[in-house]
Design a protein around this ligand. Structure first.
Ligand code: AMP
Length: 553
Protein backbone atom coordinates (compact mmCIF):
# COMPACT_ATOMS: atom_id res chain seq x y z
CA UNK A 1 0.00 0.00 0.00
CA UNK A 2 1.21 3.48 -0.86
CA UNK A 3 2.26 5.41 2.26
CA UNK A 4 0.22 8.60 2.50
CA UNK A 5 -2.76 7.04 0.70
CA UNK A 6 -6.10 7.57 2.44
CA UNK A 7 -8.35 4.56 1.83
CA UNK A 8 -12.16 4.63 1.84
CA UNK A 9 -13.59 3.46 5.18
CA UNK A 10 -14.21 -0.29 5.10
CA UNK A 11 -18.00 -0.08 5.59
CA UNK A 12 -18.28 2.45 2.75
CA UNK A 13 -16.12 0.32 0.44
CA UNK A 14 -18.31 -2.70 1.32
CA UNK A 15 -21.41 -0.80 0.30
CA UNK A 16 -19.94 0.38 -3.02
CA UNK A 17 -18.94 -3.19 -3.79
CA UNK A 18 -22.27 -4.67 -2.70
CA UNK A 19 -24.22 -2.16 -4.76
CA UNK A 20 -22.16 -2.95 -7.86
CA UNK A 21 -20.31 0.34 -8.30
CA UNK A 22 -16.93 -1.21 -7.63
CA UNK A 23 -16.26 -4.47 -9.41
CA UNK A 24 -12.66 -5.30 -8.56
CA UNK A 25 -11.42 -5.12 -12.18
CA UNK A 26 -7.91 -3.63 -12.40
CA UNK A 27 -7.35 -0.85 -14.94
CA UNK A 28 -4.58 -2.89 -16.57
CA UNK A 29 -7.27 -5.12 -18.10
CA UNK A 30 -8.39 -2.27 -20.35
CA UNK A 31 -8.03 -3.30 -24.02
CA UNK A 32 -7.38 -6.98 -23.17
CA UNK A 33 -10.92 -8.22 -23.71
CA UNK A 34 -11.30 -6.42 -27.03
CA UNK A 35 -7.84 -7.62 -28.15
CA UNK A 36 -9.02 -11.21 -27.62
CA UNK A 37 -12.47 -10.67 -29.07
CA UNK A 38 -11.51 -8.88 -32.28
CA UNK A 39 -7.89 -7.80 -32.09
CA UNK A 40 -7.72 -6.40 -35.60
CA UNK A 41 -10.14 -3.58 -34.80
CA UNK A 42 -8.63 -0.11 -34.49
CA UNK A 43 -8.01 1.04 -30.93
CA UNK A 44 -6.14 4.28 -31.71
CA UNK A 45 -6.14 6.40 -34.82
CA UNK A 46 -3.76 9.33 -34.77
CA UNK A 47 -2.61 11.81 -37.39
CA UNK A 48 0.50 9.55 -37.63
CA UNK A 49 -0.62 5.94 -37.33
CA UNK A 50 -3.34 3.46 -36.53
CA UNK A 51 -2.96 0.92 -33.72
CA UNK A 52 -5.22 -2.13 -33.45
CA UNK A 53 -6.42 -3.61 -30.16
CA UNK A 54 -4.07 -6.59 -30.51
CA UNK A 55 -1.14 -4.26 -31.22
CA UNK A 56 -1.97 -2.01 -28.28
CA UNK A 57 -2.34 -4.98 -25.94
CA UNK A 58 1.03 -6.43 -27.01
CA UNK A 59 2.69 -3.03 -26.93
CA UNK A 60 1.49 -2.38 -23.36
CA UNK A 61 2.83 -5.79 -22.31
CA UNK A 62 6.19 -5.11 -23.94
CA UNK A 63 6.51 -1.72 -22.23
CA UNK A 64 5.44 -3.21 -18.90
CA UNK A 65 8.12 -5.88 -19.27
CA UNK A 66 10.69 -3.20 -20.13
CA UNK A 67 9.87 -1.20 -17.01
CA UNK A 68 9.99 -4.36 -14.89
CA UNK A 69 13.44 -5.21 -16.22
CA UNK A 70 14.56 -1.77 -15.12
CA UNK A 71 13.32 -2.41 -11.60
CA UNK A 72 10.04 -0.49 -11.74
CA UNK A 73 7.29 -2.43 -10.02
CA UNK A 74 4.20 -2.36 -7.81
CA UNK A 75 3.62 0.93 -6.04
CA UNK A 76 6.46 2.80 -7.81
CA UNK A 77 5.48 6.26 -8.98
CA UNK A 78 6.24 7.16 -12.59
CA UNK A 79 5.73 10.69 -13.91
CA UNK A 80 4.17 10.52 -17.37
CA UNK A 81 4.45 13.77 -19.29
CA UNK A 82 3.42 12.93 -22.83
CA UNK A 83 1.35 14.78 -25.41
CA UNK A 84 -1.61 13.17 -27.18
CA UNK A 85 0.34 10.43 -28.96
CA UNK A 86 -0.37 6.66 -28.97
CA UNK A 87 2.60 6.07 -26.62
CA UNK A 88 0.66 7.84 -23.85
CA UNK A 89 -1.94 5.07 -23.81
CA UNK A 90 0.50 2.17 -24.22
CA UNK A 91 2.59 3.51 -21.29
CA UNK A 92 -0.46 4.11 -19.08
CA UNK A 93 -1.75 0.56 -19.64
CA UNK A 94 1.74 -0.87 -19.11
CA UNK A 95 2.11 0.89 -15.76
CA UNK A 96 -1.35 -0.22 -14.61
CA UNK A 97 -0.45 -3.81 -15.53
CA UNK A 98 2.75 -3.90 -13.48
CA UNK A 99 1.04 -2.12 -10.57
CA UNK A 100 3.19 1.01 -10.91
CA UNK A 101 1.39 4.31 -10.41
CA UNK A 102 1.46 6.88 -13.22
CA UNK A 103 1.50 10.52 -12.14
CA UNK A 104 0.04 12.42 -15.08
CA UNK A 105 1.71 15.80 -15.71
CA UNK A 106 0.64 18.27 -18.39
CA UNK A 107 2.96 18.79 -21.38
CA UNK A 108 2.99 22.49 -20.40
CA UNK A 109 4.61 21.81 -17.03
CA UNK A 110 8.22 22.84 -16.60
CA UNK A 111 10.98 22.27 -14.04
CA UNK A 112 9.21 23.99 -11.13
CA UNK A 113 6.23 21.65 -11.40
CA UNK A 114 8.10 18.47 -12.42
CA UNK A 115 10.77 18.84 -9.73
CA UNK A 116 8.07 19.32 -7.15
CA UNK A 117 6.12 16.30 -8.41
CA UNK A 118 9.21 14.16 -8.52
CA UNK A 119 10.00 15.06 -4.92
CA UNK A 120 6.48 14.92 -3.53
CA UNK A 121 5.53 11.66 -5.26
CA UNK A 122 9.02 10.24 -4.65
CA UNK A 123 9.01 9.21 -8.30
CA UNK A 124 11.31 6.47 -9.57
CA UNK A 125 10.90 7.14 -13.31
CA UNK A 126 9.89 9.84 -15.75
CA UNK A 127 8.47 9.36 -19.27
CA UNK A 128 8.81 12.21 -21.79
CA UNK A 129 8.74 12.94 -25.50
CA UNK A 130 12.03 14.07 -27.04
CA UNK A 131 10.88 17.41 -28.46
CA UNK A 132 7.30 18.61 -28.52
CA UNK A 133 6.17 22.01 -29.74
CA UNK A 134 9.79 23.09 -30.00
CA UNK A 135 10.51 22.30 -26.34
CA UNK A 136 13.21 19.74 -25.56
CA UNK A 137 11.98 17.60 -22.67
CA UNK A 138 15.38 15.89 -22.35
CA UNK A 139 16.81 19.21 -21.09
CA UNK A 140 14.00 19.33 -18.57
CA UNK A 141 14.77 15.75 -17.47
CA UNK A 142 18.44 16.63 -17.03
CA UNK A 143 17.56 19.60 -14.85
CA UNK A 144 15.11 17.61 -12.74
CA UNK A 145 17.52 14.70 -12.34
CA UNK A 146 20.42 16.96 -11.32
CA UNK A 147 18.36 18.14 -8.39
CA UNK A 148 16.99 14.67 -7.60
CA UNK A 149 19.09 11.69 -8.70
CA UNK A 150 16.57 9.33 -7.02
CA UNK A 151 14.56 9.77 -10.22
CA UNK A 152 16.52 6.87 -11.57
CA UNK A 153 14.98 6.12 -14.95
CA UNK A 154 14.11 8.56 -17.76
CA UNK A 155 12.31 6.97 -20.71
CA UNK A 156 11.94 8.92 -23.94
CA UNK A 157 9.33 8.49 -26.66
CA UNK A 158 11.60 9.48 -29.55
CA UNK A 159 15.35 10.19 -29.67
CA UNK A 160 16.59 9.24 -26.18
CA UNK A 161 20.02 10.98 -26.05
CA UNK A 162 21.65 9.52 -22.88
CA UNK A 163 18.31 8.17 -21.57
CA UNK A 164 16.34 4.99 -22.30
CA UNK A 165 14.36 4.82 -25.54
CA UNK A 166 10.77 3.71 -25.10
CA UNK A 167 11.22 1.99 -28.47
CA UNK A 168 13.89 -0.24 -26.88
CA UNK A 169 11.10 -1.98 -24.92
CA UNK A 170 9.67 -3.11 -28.27
CA UNK A 171 6.07 -3.30 -29.34
CA UNK A 172 5.29 -6.99 -28.99
CA UNK A 173 6.45 -10.51 -28.29
CA UNK A 174 7.04 -9.95 -24.58
CA UNK A 175 3.85 -11.13 -22.86
CA UNK A 176 3.46 -9.96 -19.31
CA UNK A 177 1.92 -11.62 -16.30
CA UNK A 178 0.11 -8.70 -14.70
CA UNK A 179 0.94 -7.84 -11.09
CA UNK A 180 -1.67 -8.68 -8.48
CA UNK A 181 -3.08 -5.28 -7.54
CA UNK A 182 -5.49 -4.28 -4.82
CA UNK A 183 -8.44 -2.80 -6.75
CA UNK A 184 -9.17 -0.51 -3.83
CA UNK A 185 -5.61 0.77 -3.84
CA UNK A 186 -4.25 3.69 -5.85
CA UNK A 187 -3.94 3.13 -9.60
CA UNK A 188 -2.96 6.64 -10.70
CA UNK A 189 -2.20 10.07 -9.29
CA UNK A 190 -3.80 13.12 -10.88
CA UNK A 191 -2.92 16.75 -10.21
CA UNK A 192 -5.44 18.93 -8.45
CA UNK A 193 -6.45 22.13 -10.21
CA UNK A 194 -5.14 23.71 -7.06
CA UNK A 195 -6.54 25.43 -4.05
CA UNK A 196 -3.57 26.90 -2.27
CA UNK A 197 0.08 26.77 -3.17
CA UNK A 198 1.47 23.85 -5.11
CA UNK A 199 -0.73 21.22 -6.78
CA UNK A 200 -1.94 18.41 -4.59
CA UNK A 201 -1.82 14.81 -5.75
CA UNK A 202 -5.10 12.98 -6.14
CA UNK A 203 -5.02 9.20 -5.75
CA UNK A 204 -7.62 7.43 -7.87
CA UNK A 205 -8.17 3.75 -7.27
CA UNK A 206 -8.68 0.98 -9.83
CA UNK A 207 -12.23 0.50 -8.57
CA UNK A 208 -13.26 4.13 -8.48
CA UNK A 209 -11.73 5.05 -11.83
CA UNK A 210 -13.06 1.96 -13.59
CA UNK A 211 -16.52 2.85 -12.33
CA UNK A 212 -16.13 6.42 -13.59
CA UNK A 213 -15.08 5.15 -17.04
CA UNK A 214 -18.03 2.78 -17.23
CA UNK A 215 -20.69 5.13 -15.92
CA UNK A 216 -19.68 8.13 -18.04
CA UNK A 217 -19.51 5.98 -21.18
CA UNK A 218 -22.98 4.64 -20.45
CA UNK A 219 -24.38 8.11 -19.84
CA UNK A 220 -22.87 9.39 -23.09
CA UNK A 221 -24.09 6.22 -24.90
CA UNK A 222 -20.55 5.44 -25.89
CA UNK A 223 -20.01 1.79 -26.89
CA UNK A 224 -17.95 -0.31 -29.29
CA UNK A 225 -19.18 1.77 -32.21
CA UNK A 226 -18.04 5.01 -30.55
CA UNK A 227 -15.07 7.17 -31.57
CA UNK A 228 -13.65 9.43 -28.86
CA UNK A 229 -11.76 12.44 -30.17
CA UNK A 230 -9.04 13.57 -27.71
CA UNK A 231 -8.73 17.32 -28.16
CA UNK A 232 -7.72 18.34 -24.60
CA UNK A 233 -4.44 17.06 -23.15
CA UNK A 234 -5.06 13.48 -22.02
CA UNK A 235 -3.43 14.18 -18.66
CA UNK A 236 -6.61 16.10 -17.78
CA UNK A 237 -9.10 13.87 -16.01
CA UNK A 238 -11.79 15.21 -18.36
CA UNK A 239 -10.07 13.77 -21.45
CA UNK A 240 -8.54 10.79 -19.67
CA UNK A 241 -11.49 9.28 -17.92
CA UNK A 242 -14.92 10.93 -18.36
CA UNK A 243 -15.13 8.60 -20.33
CA UNK A 244 -12.21 10.06 -22.28
CA UNK A 245 -9.53 7.92 -23.84
CA UNK A 246 -9.43 5.23 -21.16
CA UNK A 247 -13.22 4.96 -21.09
CA UNK A 248 -13.26 4.67 -24.88
CA UNK A 249 -10.79 1.79 -24.79
CA UNK A 250 -12.59 0.13 -21.88
CA UNK A 251 -15.78 0.23 -23.96
CA UNK A 252 -14.02 -1.24 -27.02
CA UNK A 253 -14.36 1.97 -29.04
CA UNK A 254 -11.80 3.98 -30.99
CA UNK A 255 -9.57 6.78 -29.69
CA UNK A 256 -8.78 9.49 -32.25
CA UNK A 257 -5.70 11.50 -31.29
CA UNK A 258 -4.90 14.94 -32.59
CA UNK A 259 -1.32 16.02 -31.96
CA UNK A 260 -2.70 19.43 -31.06
CA UNK A 261 -6.25 20.75 -30.85
CA UNK A 262 -5.92 23.42 -33.56
CA UNK A 263 -8.86 23.45 -35.99
CA UNK A 264 -6.75 22.47 -39.02
CA UNK A 265 -5.83 19.17 -37.29
CA UNK A 266 -8.98 18.50 -35.37
CA UNK A 267 -11.73 18.98 -37.96
CA UNK A 268 -10.22 16.77 -40.69
CA UNK A 269 -9.49 14.10 -38.05
CA UNK A 270 -13.05 14.31 -36.67
CA UNK A 271 -14.45 13.78 -40.16
CA UNK A 272 -12.01 11.07 -41.16
CA UNK A 273 -12.68 9.01 -38.05
CA UNK A 274 -16.41 9.77 -37.73
CA UNK A 275 -15.85 11.03 -34.16
CA UNK A 276 -18.92 10.62 -31.94
CA UNK A 277 -17.73 12.15 -28.65
CA UNK A 278 -15.24 14.72 -27.44
CA UNK A 279 -14.55 16.85 -24.39
CA UNK A 280 -13.81 20.56 -24.55
CA UNK A 281 -13.39 23.52 -22.28
CA UNK A 282 -15.34 26.69 -23.13
CA UNK A 283 -12.36 28.60 -24.57
CA UNK A 284 -11.68 25.84 -27.10
CA UNK A 285 -15.39 25.47 -27.81
CA UNK A 286 -15.62 29.13 -28.83
CA UNK A 287 -12.61 28.74 -31.11
CA UNK A 288 -14.23 25.72 -32.73
CA UNK A 289 -17.49 27.59 -33.24
CA UNK A 290 -15.64 30.47 -34.90
CA UNK A 291 -13.65 28.25 -37.25
CA UNK A 292 -15.76 25.14 -38.03
CA UNK A 293 -17.38 26.92 -40.99
CA UNK A 294 -13.97 27.52 -42.59
CA UNK A 295 -13.31 23.79 -42.69
CA UNK A 296 -16.83 22.84 -43.75
CA UNK A 297 -16.75 20.18 -41.03
CA UNK A 298 -19.89 18.11 -40.56
CA UNK A 299 -20.13 17.61 -36.81
CA UNK A 300 -23.77 16.56 -36.72
CA UNK A 301 -22.88 13.14 -35.31
CA UNK A 302 -20.64 14.55 -32.58
CA UNK A 303 -21.53 14.93 -28.90
CA UNK A 304 -19.42 17.62 -27.24
CA UNK A 305 -19.06 17.47 -23.47
CA UNK A 306 -18.12 20.97 -22.36
CA UNK A 307 -17.04 22.04 -18.90
CA UNK A 308 -14.10 22.92 -16.70
CA UNK A 309 -14.89 26.64 -16.68
CA UNK A 310 -17.97 28.87 -16.67
CA UNK A 311 -20.11 29.04 -19.81
CA UNK A 312 -23.31 31.04 -20.20
CA UNK A 313 -26.47 29.36 -21.50
CA UNK A 314 -26.55 31.90 -24.39
CA UNK A 315 -23.03 31.01 -25.52
CA UNK A 316 -23.78 27.30 -25.18
CA UNK A 317 -26.86 27.71 -27.34
CA UNK A 318 -25.07 29.82 -29.97
CA UNK A 319 -22.12 27.46 -30.18
CA UNK A 320 -24.25 24.32 -30.42
CA UNK A 321 -26.07 25.97 -33.34
CA UNK A 322 -22.85 27.07 -35.07
CA UNK A 323 -21.24 23.63 -34.77
CA UNK A 324 -24.37 21.64 -35.51
CA UNK A 325 -23.36 19.16 -32.80
CA UNK A 326 -25.05 17.99 -29.60
CA UNK A 327 -23.74 19.82 -26.57
CA UNK A 328 -23.83 18.50 -23.00
CA UNK A 329 -22.29 20.17 -20.00
CA UNK A 330 -20.23 18.95 -17.11
CA UNK A 331 -18.79 20.27 -13.91
CA UNK A 332 -16.03 18.16 -12.55
CA UNK A 333 -12.80 17.89 -10.67
CA UNK A 334 -9.91 15.48 -10.95
CA UNK A 335 -10.72 14.76 -7.28
CA UNK A 336 -13.65 12.70 -8.56
CA UNK A 337 -16.93 14.62 -8.28
CA UNK A 338 -18.62 14.73 -11.67
CA UNK A 339 -21.88 16.44 -12.46
CA UNK A 340 -23.26 16.49 -15.96
CA UNK A 341 -26.32 16.88 -18.12
CA UNK A 342 -27.75 13.82 -19.85
CA UNK A 343 -28.35 13.51 -23.58
CA UNK A 344 -32.12 13.29 -23.15
CA UNK A 345 -32.37 16.34 -20.87
CA UNK A 346 -34.47 19.19 -22.22
CA UNK A 347 -32.39 21.89 -23.94
CA UNK A 348 -32.95 24.33 -21.04
CA UNK A 349 -31.32 21.85 -18.64
CA UNK A 350 -28.72 20.57 -21.12
CA UNK A 351 -27.50 24.04 -22.05
CA UNK A 352 -28.37 26.10 -18.96
CA UNK A 353 -27.23 23.94 -16.01
CA UNK A 354 -24.37 21.57 -15.19
CA UNK A 355 -26.82 18.75 -14.55
CA UNK A 356 -26.80 16.01 -11.93
CA UNK A 357 -24.20 13.76 -10.29
CA UNK A 358 -22.65 10.79 -12.05
CA UNK A 359 -23.77 8.25 -9.50
CA UNK A 360 -26.90 7.41 -7.56
CA UNK A 361 -24.49 6.87 -4.65
CA UNK A 362 -23.06 10.42 -4.83
CA UNK A 363 -24.02 12.54 -1.84
CA UNK A 364 -24.04 16.30 -2.44
CA UNK A 365 -24.49 19.09 0.06
CA UNK A 366 -24.66 22.83 -0.59
CA UNK A 367 -23.70 24.66 2.60
CA UNK A 368 -23.27 28.19 3.95
CA UNK A 369 -20.24 29.60 5.80
CA UNK A 370 -21.31 27.82 8.98
CA UNK A 371 -21.56 24.46 7.22
CA UNK A 372 -25.39 24.48 7.34
CA UNK A 373 -27.33 23.20 4.32
CA UNK A 374 -28.94 26.02 2.32
CA UNK A 375 -32.41 25.94 0.71
CA UNK A 376 -32.77 24.97 -2.99
CA UNK A 377 -31.89 27.94 -5.21
CA UNK A 378 -29.60 29.50 -2.57
CA UNK A 379 -25.88 29.62 -3.32
CA UNK A 380 -23.39 27.79 -1.12
CA UNK A 381 -20.24 25.72 -1.20
CA UNK A 382 -20.52 22.29 -2.79
CA UNK A 383 -19.55 19.34 -0.58
CA UNK A 384 -19.33 15.86 -2.15
CA UNK A 385 -18.88 12.28 -1.01
CA UNK A 386 -19.27 9.25 -3.31
CA UNK A 387 -17.80 6.23 -5.07
CA UNK A 388 -15.46 8.26 -7.28
CA UNK A 389 -14.53 11.04 -4.85
CA UNK A 390 -11.22 10.76 -3.02
CA UNK A 391 -11.06 10.56 0.77
CA UNK A 392 -7.75 12.36 1.08
CA UNK A 393 -4.99 13.92 -1.01
CA UNK A 394 -1.78 11.93 -1.20
CA UNK A 395 0.51 12.44 1.80
CA UNK A 396 -1.02 15.69 3.01
CA UNK A 397 -2.60 15.09 6.41
CA UNK A 398 -2.67 18.71 7.48
CA UNK A 399 -4.39 19.87 4.27
CA UNK A 400 -6.78 16.91 4.38
CA UNK A 401 -7.87 17.86 7.89
CA UNK A 402 -9.01 21.25 6.53
CA UNK A 403 -10.42 20.07 3.21
CA UNK A 404 -12.58 17.14 4.29
CA UNK A 405 -15.40 17.15 6.82
CA UNK A 406 -15.12 14.63 9.65
CA UNK A 407 -17.59 12.39 7.83
CA UNK A 408 -15.58 12.36 4.62
CA UNK A 409 -17.18 15.04 2.42
CA UNK A 410 -14.75 16.90 0.14
CA UNK A 411 -15.12 20.68 0.41
CA UNK A 412 -14.85 21.55 -3.28
CA UNK A 413 -14.33 25.30 -2.82
CA UNK A 414 -16.89 25.89 -5.59
CA UNK A 415 -20.02 27.97 -5.11
CA UNK A 416 -23.13 26.43 -6.63
CA UNK A 417 -26.94 26.55 -6.50
CA UNK A 418 -29.14 23.50 -6.73
CA UNK A 419 -32.41 23.96 -8.61
CA UNK A 420 -35.63 22.43 -7.23
CA UNK A 421 -35.21 19.64 -9.84
CA UNK A 422 -31.76 18.83 -8.49
CA UNK A 423 -29.66 20.33 -11.32
CA UNK A 424 -26.59 22.30 -10.39
CA UNK A 425 -25.67 25.80 -11.53
CA UNK A 426 -22.11 26.98 -10.79
CA UNK A 427 -21.88 30.45 -9.30
CA UNK A 428 -18.15 30.92 -8.78
CA UNK A 429 -15.33 29.88 -6.53
CA UNK A 430 -14.67 30.26 -2.86
CA UNK A 431 -10.99 29.57 -3.58
CA UNK A 432 -8.26 31.83 -4.86
CA UNK A 433 -7.74 30.11 -8.20
CA UNK A 434 -7.64 31.67 -11.67
CA UNK A 435 -9.36 29.63 -14.39
CA UNK A 436 -7.47 30.56 -17.57
CA UNK A 437 -9.13 28.76 -20.45
CA UNK A 438 -9.78 25.77 -18.19
CA UNK A 439 -6.23 25.58 -16.81
CA UNK A 440 -6.35 26.27 -13.07
CA UNK A 441 -3.75 28.62 -11.62
CA UNK A 442 -3.52 28.82 -7.82
CA UNK A 443 -2.86 32.52 -7.10
CA UNK A 444 -0.58 31.69 -4.18
CA UNK A 445 1.75 29.59 -6.33
CA UNK A 446 2.35 32.48 -8.76
CA UNK A 447 2.63 35.02 -5.93
CA UNK A 448 5.33 32.94 -4.23
CA UNK A 449 7.36 32.98 -7.45
CA UNK A 450 6.81 36.71 -7.99
CA UNK A 451 7.90 37.49 -4.47
CA UNK A 452 11.24 35.83 -5.18
CA UNK A 453 11.87 38.41 -7.95
CA UNK A 454 14.60 40.82 -6.77
CA UNK A 455 12.67 43.88 -8.00
CA UNK A 456 9.42 42.91 -6.28
CA UNK A 457 8.58 43.66 -2.69
CA UNK A 458 5.02 42.37 -2.61
CA UNK A 459 2.79 40.73 -5.20
CA UNK A 460 -0.80 39.63 -5.65
CA UNK A 461 -2.44 38.09 -8.70
CA UNK A 462 -6.11 38.09 -9.64
CA UNK A 463 -8.20 36.83 -12.54
CA UNK A 464 -9.65 39.41 -14.91
CA UNK A 465 -12.42 38.66 -17.41
CA UNK A 466 -11.26 37.77 -20.92
CA UNK A 467 -13.41 37.10 -23.95
CA UNK A 468 -11.34 34.27 -25.39
CA UNK A 469 -10.05 32.52 -22.26
CA UNK A 470 -12.74 33.39 -19.73
CA UNK A 471 -10.09 34.74 -17.36
CA UNK A 472 -6.57 36.07 -17.66
CA UNK A 473 -4.05 36.77 -14.92
CA UNK A 474 -3.23 40.27 -13.73
CA UNK A 475 -0.33 40.74 -11.31
CA UNK A 476 -0.21 43.72 -8.94
CA UNK A 477 3.28 44.28 -7.66
CA UNK A 478 4.87 46.68 -5.22
CA UNK A 479 8.39 47.30 -6.56
CA UNK A 480 11.49 46.96 -4.41
CA UNK A 481 13.38 49.64 -6.39
CA UNK A 482 13.16 50.30 -10.10
CA UNK A 483 9.77 49.03 -11.36
CA UNK A 484 9.87 45.59 -12.99
CA UNK A 485 8.44 45.10 -16.49
CA UNK A 486 6.10 42.36 -17.65
CA UNK A 487 8.75 41.08 -20.08
CA UNK A 488 11.34 41.03 -17.28
CA UNK A 489 8.95 39.14 -15.02
CA UNK A 490 8.20 36.58 -17.72
CA UNK A 491 11.93 36.02 -18.22
CA UNK A 492 12.35 35.57 -14.51
CA UNK A 493 9.50 33.02 -14.34
CA UNK A 494 10.94 31.15 -17.32
CA UNK A 495 14.21 30.93 -15.40
CA UNK A 496 12.30 29.67 -12.35
CA UNK A 497 10.87 26.87 -14.51
CA UNK A 498 7.23 27.78 -14.10
CA UNK A 499 4.74 26.58 -16.75
CA UNK A 500 4.03 29.43 -19.15
CA UNK A 501 0.25 29.33 -18.77
CA UNK A 502 0.77 30.53 -15.18
CA UNK A 503 2.65 33.70 -16.21
CA UNK A 504 0.79 36.99 -15.61
CA UNK A 505 -0.82 38.37 -18.77
CA UNK A 506 -0.89 41.87 -17.35
CA UNK A 507 1.11 43.83 -14.83
CA UNK A 508 0.13 46.71 -12.58
CA UNK A 509 2.85 48.39 -10.56
CA UNK A 510 1.42 49.93 -7.36
CA UNK A 511 2.85 51.55 -4.24
CA UNK A 512 0.77 49.51 -1.82
CA UNK A 513 -1.68 46.64 -2.00
CA UNK A 514 -5.19 47.27 -0.66
CA UNK A 515 -6.01 45.35 2.55
CA UNK A 516 -9.24 44.21 4.14
CA UNK A 517 -10.12 45.12 7.71
CA UNK A 518 -8.54 41.80 8.76
CA UNK A 519 -5.27 42.82 7.11
CA UNK A 520 -5.55 40.37 4.19
CA UNK A 521 -4.85 41.56 0.65
CA UNK A 522 -8.20 42.73 -0.71
CA UNK A 523 -8.49 40.71 -3.91
CA UNK A 524 -11.96 42.07 -4.69
CA UNK A 525 -10.55 45.60 -4.74
CA UNK A 526 -7.72 44.42 -6.97
CA UNK A 527 -10.16 42.72 -9.37
CA UNK A 528 -12.16 45.93 -9.58
CA UNK A 529 -8.98 47.96 -10.13
CA UNK A 530 -7.78 45.52 -12.80
CA UNK A 531 -11.00 46.11 -14.69
CA UNK A 532 -10.32 49.87 -14.82
CA UNK A 533 -7.77 51.55 -17.00
CA UNK A 534 -4.43 52.22 -15.35
CA UNK A 535 -4.94 55.99 -15.48
CA UNK A 536 -8.33 55.87 -13.70
CA UNK A 537 -7.70 53.78 -10.71
CA UNK A 538 -9.55 55.11 -7.67
CA UNK A 539 -9.37 52.65 -4.80
CA UNK A 540 -12.41 50.51 -4.09
CA UNK A 541 -14.46 51.66 -1.09
CA UNK A 542 -13.04 50.40 2.17
CA UNK A 543 -9.65 49.52 0.78
CA UNK A 544 -6.38 51.25 1.40
CA UNK A 545 -5.52 53.44 -1.58
CA UNK A 546 -2.61 52.92 -3.86
CA UNK A 547 -0.90 56.18 -3.05
CA UNK A 548 -0.11 56.93 -6.65
CA UNK A 549 -1.88 55.74 -9.79
CA UNK A 550 -0.50 52.39 -10.84
CA UNK A 551 1.27 52.04 -14.13
CA UNK A 552 0.45 49.22 -16.48
CA UNK A 553 2.86 47.20 -18.52
P1 AMP B 1 -9.55 20.46 -12.26
O1 AMP B 1 -8.96 20.08 -10.95
O2 AMP B 1 -8.56 20.99 -13.24
O3 AMP B 1 -10.36 19.33 -12.79
O4 AMP B 1 -10.51 21.70 -11.99
C1 AMP B 1 -11.65 21.60 -11.20
C2 AMP B 1 -12.27 22.95 -11.03
O5 AMP B 1 -12.66 23.49 -12.31
C3 AMP B 1 -13.54 22.95 -10.23
O6 AMP B 1 -13.29 22.91 -8.84
C4 AMP B 1 -14.18 24.26 -10.68
O7 AMP B 1 -13.63 25.36 -9.99
C5 AMP B 1 -13.78 24.37 -12.13
N1 AMP B 1 -14.87 23.89 -13.00
C6 AMP B 1 -15.03 22.66 -13.49
N2 AMP B 1 -16.14 22.58 -14.25
C7 AMP B 1 -16.71 23.80 -14.23
C8 AMP B 1 -17.89 24.36 -14.81
N3 AMP B 1 -18.69 23.64 -15.58
N4 AMP B 1 -18.17 25.67 -14.56
C9 AMP B 1 -17.35 26.41 -13.78
N5 AMP B 1 -16.21 25.94 -13.20
C10 AMP B 1 -15.90 24.65 -13.43
Amino acid sequence: MLPGFVAYPEDVADRYRREGYWTGAPLGEIARAEARRDGSRAAIVSTRESVSYAELDNWADAIGTGFRERGIGPGDRVIVQLPNIPEFLAVALALFRIGAIPVFALPAHRSAEISYLSEHADAAAYVIPDVHQRFDYRDLAREVRRARPALREVVVAGEPAEFTALAAFGRGGRPLAPAAVDPEGPALLLLSGGTTGLPKLIPRTHDDYAYQLRATAEAMRFGRDGVYLAALPMAHNAALGCPGVLGALAAGGVVALAGNPSPDQIFPLAERTGATLTTLMPSLLRLWADTAGLFGADLSGLVVEVGGAPLSAETADRVAGALGCTLTRWFGMAEGPLIFTRLDDEPAVRLGTEGRPLSAADELRVVDDQGQDVAPGEPGELLVRGPTTLRGYYDNAEYNARTFTRDGFLRTGDLVCRTAEGNLVVRGRARDVINRGGEKIPAEEVETHLQAHPEIDEAAVVGVPDLALGEKTCAFVVPAGGPPTLAGIKNFLTGAGLAEFKFPDRLRVVETLPRTGAGKIDKNALKAAAGRRADQNPPAPGSAPASSPPSEA
